[in-house]
Write a protein that binds this ligand. Structure first.
Ligand code: SF4
Ligand code: SF4
Length: 354
């Protein structure tokens, strides 16, 4: 049986206010938030973007959704988790200040921000899953604890997982710091010395100081490297080498198992909303932005695998190209295929235009 994925179309470069008004009507008419009960604590999980990144889902959508949820006498709040990377989103205080700077203030959203993994990313709950890699995964404590989840994801290409949307926002975005480290633990790049020009760009961007010069060429200390892939993204000389055959499969499977952990805590109490606009080659953690497809619309489902499978399908249909030609030339469907293998969610979807 196919899983329904609701599709609200948008025009290319359509104003957010117009899309938001139509989404509000759709949510109310279809009563998409019917699973939310009075007094439920409702986590609206998103990504606040990155400096210079234009692709994140804007605050006005959360204000609209928060108001609908408040009318149900529930208690919505915005939430996120700390990143592994050095920078503005590595602990709760910096991350929240950063979010305010991106426009996610109480004035703009009507929602408090409560970090799901505590002050330092270490507040976690161990969740049992029927996985193949892990019997349990480490999920951000508040995600596991809240009664309801509205997971709002922005579809992008991704240097390690091929694409990022609901599964990535759950698996990586809703896990604790330890959970994130476990997911990144197999991806270890190395430097091709012959190609390295010694420009130093990778050293500047490495979030954990794992790269230094040895005889004027970059060298990675693999005991420090967390496998984030930033060096690969910034090297213009093709001098950073990944063992993709191992890396992409491993990381996508780990993401799926962590996403499964989130879903285990929210059976019948979550909705997954993917925004297919301002789609860029890189994820919203990267400070660069290149739009790769025309804007498509918003997809809504109660199944995170169905919504991601439908998103991927539409991105390729609208662009008339496969994602690996527009973003990173790596196999990018493992998140969907591995979900099917595990019996997690339903990758077979039926698009319902609203
Ligand atoms: S960015 Fe590339 S070329 Fe520059 S130092 Fe690093 S590995 Fe070498
Ligand atoms: S993948 Fe590259 S940038 Fe990331 S931690 Fe390892 S060496 Fe540093």
């Amino acid at each position: 049986m196919k899983e329904k994925v609701f599709f609200l179309k948008m025009n290319d470069n359509e104003e957010d206010a117009a899309v938001c008004a139509r989404l509000e009507t759709a949510i109310k008419e279809k009563d998409f938030f019917s699973f939310i009960q009075p007094k439920d604590m409702v986590a609206l999980k998103t990504h606040f973007g990155e400096v210079k990144t234009k692709g994140y889902v804007r605050p006005l959508y959360f204000k609209m959704m928060g108001e609908i949820i408040k009318k149900k006498e529930a208690l919505p709040f915005l939430t996120e988790t700390s990143t592994l990377y050095r920078g503005r989103r590595t602990n709760a205080v910096d991350h929240m200040e950063f979010a305010y700077g991106q426009g996610f203030t109480y004035e703009n959203t009507g929602l408090p921000i409560i970090m799901a993994d505590g002050l330092m990313g270490d507040q976690e709950t161990e969740v049992q899953i029927p996985g193949k890699l892990y019997p349990t995964v480490k999920i951000a404590a508040l995600i596991a604890k809240t009664q309801s989840l509205v997971l709002v994801s922005h579809f992008t290409g991704h240097i390690l997982s091929g694409f990022g949307a609901a599964l990535k926002n759950m698996g990586m975005g809703c896990s604790s710091r330890k959970g994130k480290l476990i997911q990144h633990s197999t991806a270890r790049p190395s430097i091709v010395r012959k190609k390295c020009t010694g420009c130093g760009e990778c050293i500047k961007w490495c979030p954990v100081g794992a790269i230094s010069f040895v005889e004027k060429k970059a060298e990675i200390n693999k005991s420090i490297c967390i496998g984030c892939g930033e060096c690969l993204a910034v090297c213009r000389f093709d001098a950073v080498n990944y063992n993709w055959a191992e890396t992409y499969v491993n990381i996508q499977q780990k993401i799926v198992e962590h996403a499964m952990g989130v879903a285990e805590t929210k059976k019948g109490k979550a909705i997954y909303i993917n925004f297919l606009n301002r789609i860029s080659k890189d994820c919203d953690c990267m400070g660069d932005y290149h739009k790769i497809t025309p804007d498509i619309g918003v997809l809504i489902s109660y199944d995170p695998v169905a919504v991601d499978a439908a998103s991927l399908h539409l991105v390729e249909e609208y662009s008339g190209n496969v994602l690996s030609k527009m973003a990173y030339d790596i196999p990018y469907k493992d998140q969907i295929d591995y979900s099917r293998e595990l019996g997690f969610g339903n990758p077979d979807f039926e698009l319902v235009t609203i």
